[in-house]
Design a protein around this ligand. Structure first.
Ligand SMILES: NC(=O)c1ccc[n+]([C@@H]2O[C@H](COP(=O)([O-])OP(=O)(O)OC[C@H]3O[C@@H](n4cnc5c(N)ncnc54)[C@H](O)[C@@H]3O)[C@@H](O)[C@H]2O)c1
Length: 462
């Protein structure tokens, strides 16, 4: 009898193989996580000595850096003490603007790509603010922390797993903050939706989408030494994921009760950027690694899915998507801001058009305005007007800087920690790995090394 069963099983397997012809092999790529060095512990909820005055040094004063210097001058208890750029004219221009607005001149550092070493070594600096090209970010960040400074680094703060682990290990060893300057989490719609999520308006968020879709043609020639196009030339994958991923990771409580388990990436061939180079320079580009459109799907430990997209060349309107799909509601930011709910979710009396709402259409404008006002995030309440006046992408950049300084002055944990930085940047190397292996699934390392479930939910310190 056992022998009959055995042959029946073999026969079934053989027939199944014949019918579909498919071969299955397990090919999840596991980048792994290095052991935490002895004597080192995580920096979840890191608190530091309060700083009544925060002395800031800026490194990188191209298109992005000068705006950060200007914003900081609107925050009480901040001193701009040093300005650094490879180019003398960039440093001098920003210093002249400071002086013209009645602030003391900062010390200037310029001349070459290594001059920043003098800045991180300065004894009278508390925070180093980095807005250079991507490949210099992590190196400067690691050294700044080793030199005893907190560090804030523009997006993406790291472009390889080695850089990510170096920033994590250095922050854990030195107990210094290492924050990525991800401004999009502070946009008003995202913050209000985060508050709505935390108040349960959308039920359980099951799926979220984010993107960076932005034709960069007007900017390409402005980047110092063409660093951005050079990076896209040699790197396949989502090379700018943090604007799309940051806000949705916050809504999904990534490393605060959930974690990203694996991703799969698919891209198109590269057409737009090689064509652009040809038009500008006449060069016939033989190999351009970054596809015009890259899509990445992520699955989390708690059964959620995320879709992230990258496209910096197609003739499409700017779009970061920002969509949250919950069991009871839905939020959408681009191309227009809209909310949809199960009728049961909305309280009687609060929403005038209650009877007409269905989960298949956006709530009427009037209702939307009412909800947006009612669920405004507490951190924006006192500073919304000032943020809109000072500006920086409509005010979100100011809220980001303001919150960082507020927390440093009070010694509170920052809104974004080094593990957020790691999770949002890791798509750069991991999507490249997936694409170079026929879209194989790639495991996302647990950058907290075991701490992802200790905090339950994201909370901004007050
Ligand atoms: N968060 C946002 O919305 C946003 C917007 C724009 C740019 N960014 C980020 O800001 C960073 C800078 O971008 P950008 O548009 O200003 O680029 P940019 O090329 O205009 O400026 C970079 C500057 O860094 C300087 N630099 C380069 N290497 C240096 C070094 N080793 N030491 C000192 N200075 C150095 C260059 O001289 C240049 O002035 C990038 O990471 C970019 O992704 C973020």
């Amino acid at each position: 009898m056992r022998r009959v069963l055995f042959f029946a099983l073999i026969l079934t397997g053989f027939l199944a193989a014949c019918t579909c012809g498919a071969r299955v092999s397990s090919r999840v790529i596991q980048p792994g996580a290095p052991e935490r060095p002895a004597g080192q512990k995580d920096v979840l909820q890191l608190t530091t000595e309060p700083l009544s005055t925060v002395r800031v040094a800026f490194i990188g004063l191209g298109m992005r850096g000068p705006g950060a210097v200007q914003r900081m001058t609107h925050i009480p208890g901040v001193e701009v003490v040093a300005l650094c750029d490879v180019l003398e004219e960039n440093t001098k221009k920003v210093n002249a603007q400071l002086e013209a607005r009645g602030f003391p001149k900062a010390r200037e550092f310029f001349g070459d790509t290594a001059v920043w070493r003098q800045v991180t070594a300065l004894p009278d600096v508390d925070l180093v603010y980095v807005a250079t090209d991507w490949v210099s970010h992590a190196r400067i960040g690691v050294q700044a922390m080793k030199d005893g400074k907190h560090v804030a680094i523009e997006v993406p703060a790291a472009v390889s797993l080695e850089e990510i682990w170096a920033l994590i290990n250095t922050s854990e060893q030195t107990r210094k903050h290492c924050m990525q300057l991800e401004n999009c989490v502070y946009d008003f719609f995202e913050l209000t939706c985060l508050n709505m999520t935390q108040q349960g308006l959308f039920g359980e968020i099951l799926h979220a989408e984010g993107a960076y879709i932005h034709g960069l043609q007007p900017y390409w020639k402005e980047y110092w030494e063409d660093w951005r196009m050079k990076f896209n030339r040699v790197h396949r994958g989502d090379v700018y994921p943090t604007h799309g991923l940051g806000p949705v990771c916050q809504a999904l409580n990534i490393h605060r009760g959930d974690k990203m388990n694996f991703l799969v990436s698919v891209d198109t061939k590269a057409v737009g950027n090689p064509d652009f180079i040809k038009k500008q320079t006449g060069e016939e580009v033989k190999e351009f690694r970054n596809g015009d459109h890259t899509m990445t799907m992520i699955r989390t430990e708690k059964g959620k899915s995320i879709l992230i997209q990258h496209n910096v060349t197609s003739p499409r309107p700017y779009n970061r998507l920002y969509q949250l799909t919950g069991t009871k509601g839905f939020a959408n930011k681009y191309p227009f801001e809209g909310l949809a709910f199960d009728t049961e979710e909305l309280e009687e009396g609060v929403v005038p058009d209650h009877e007409k709402l269905t989960s298949h259409s956006f709530v009427p404008r009037r209702v939307m305005t009412d909800l947006m006002e009612r669920y405004k995030h507490p951190i924006t309440k006192d500073i919304e007007d000032l943020a809109k006046r000072v500006g920086g992408h409509g005010g979100m950049d100011f809220i980001m800087d303001y919150r960082m300084i507020y927390c440093l002055q009070k010694g509170l944990p920052l809104d974004m920690d080094v593990y957020d930085l790691a999770e949002w940047c890791c798509l750069i190397p991991l999507t490249e790995l997936s694409l170079d292996n026929d879209s194989a699934p790639v495991e996302v390392p647990d950058f907290t090394r075991g701490g992802w479930n200790r905090l339950q939910g994201l909370q901004f310190a007050q």
